[in-house]
Design a protein around this ligand. Structure first.
Ligand SMILES: Nc1ncnc2c1ncn2[C@@H]1O[C@H](COP(=O)(O)OP(=O)(O)O)[C@@H](O)[C@H]1O
Ligand SMILES: [Mg+2]
Length: 242
């Protein structure tokens, strides 16, 4: 059994542990929730277990479609064994429906507009500088990724969307947008890392438009964990036992 050896880093919501295998790390999902570059923070009991379970299902779906991810195995309710990646400091956002920063930047686009084609955007993952938008030229300028890596991230984000959008549609949920983080594994292959769950996606109930994701926390809509439980149960098809 793989065991966490030593905590190597602690982010806003997850701890990373080394293992005996230098090519693998363990991600531990905590109950912390944050917004506004980490300025707003809370603890929501069960959130770690819920997000680990949802990420497990969604990363497995991608792996089954031959999309390279870091996923190896879920080794505890809140712990995932993954390939160790050299993470790129980028947030790669794929949008199907206009909301959030897109409609702030392009005010001629109305909220909830269904985009004719999904679009992929890049942001610098840096709370101090408030995650600024990056063009492909900016990414090259900052020497974060090569043009080939940028193309590969766009291709993989769209391929992931081709799997996730119909999966959510079948369970009555509109996949509005989602954020991916990428990194290179020890063999140099670019893979989807980090997490895919209601902290990193916008999910709207198709029938009612009800918000099911972290916007409930950002916008103080209440009943955050109740909605994460609902997403867990609809995504995994299993009752959440805690
Ligand atoms: N496969 C991986 N290998 C190494 N680091 C990873 C991997 N997947 C995710 N990480 C990193 O784990 C850290 C902890 O996650 P998180 O708490 O979400 O941090 P943050 O506050 O930076 O968003 C992040 O820096 C994330 O990039
Ligand atoms: Mg994070």
């Amino acid at each position: 059994m793989k065991k966490p050896l030593k905590e190597v880093s602690r982010g806003k919501t997850k701890q990373v542990y080394s293992t005996e295998d230098p090519t693998q790390v363990i991600l531990e999902f905590s109950d912390r929730i944050t917004a506004g570059d980490g300025k707003k923070r809370d603890e929501l009991p069960n959130k770690g277990v819920l997000n680990c379970g949802i990420s497990t299902k969604l990363l497995q779906l991608l792996e089954q479609t031959d999309i390279p991810t870091h996923y190896i195995e879920t080794i505890g309710k809140d712990k995932m064994l993954v390939r160790k990646l050299e993470m790129l400091p980028l947030e790669v956002v794929l949008r199907n429906i206009a909301t959030g920063s897109l409609i702030k930047r392009l005010q001629m686009i109305k909220e909830k507009t269904v985009l004719k084609r999904p679009i992929v955007e890049f942001f610098l993952k840096n709370d101090e500088y408030h995650d600024p938008f990056l063009s492909e030229e900016y990414i090259a300028l900052l020497e974060i990724a090569t043009p080939e890596e940028i193309e590969e991230m766009i291709r993989l984000a769209k391929k992931a969307n081709d799997v996730l959008l119909p999966f959510f549609k079948k369970i009555g949920i509109d996949l509005v947008d989602f954020k991916l983080e990428f990194g290179g594994d020890t063999a140099g292959i670019l893979r989807i890392g980090d997490e895919i769950n209601p902290d990193s996606m916008r999910l709207w109930d198709t029938a009612t438009g009800r918000i099911l994701d972290k916007d409930r926390y950002r916008k103080d809509l209440g009943q955050v964990i109740e909605h994460y439980i609902e997403v867990y149960e609809r995504v995994t098809g299993k009752k959440f036992e805690g």
